[in-house]
Design a protein. Sequence first.
Length: 55
Amino acid sequence: MTDEIKTKMRGYEIKAVPTTIIDGKIKVVGIPDFPWICGEGLYEKLEKEYQLKGN
C-alpha cells in the first residue's frame, strides 16, 4: 500500500474494507445489500442515503 493510498484512506476516514468512494461525495462501507446497476436512479439513491460527511 502506497503513501498516497494511506493518505486518501485517512482523508475519507476509511476504517473497513470494502469501502467505495464515488465522486468524493458518496461513501458506501461494506458489501451493499442492493444491486449495483448503473444509472441515474442508483446515483440518486447513493447521494441521498450514503452521502459523505461534510458534503
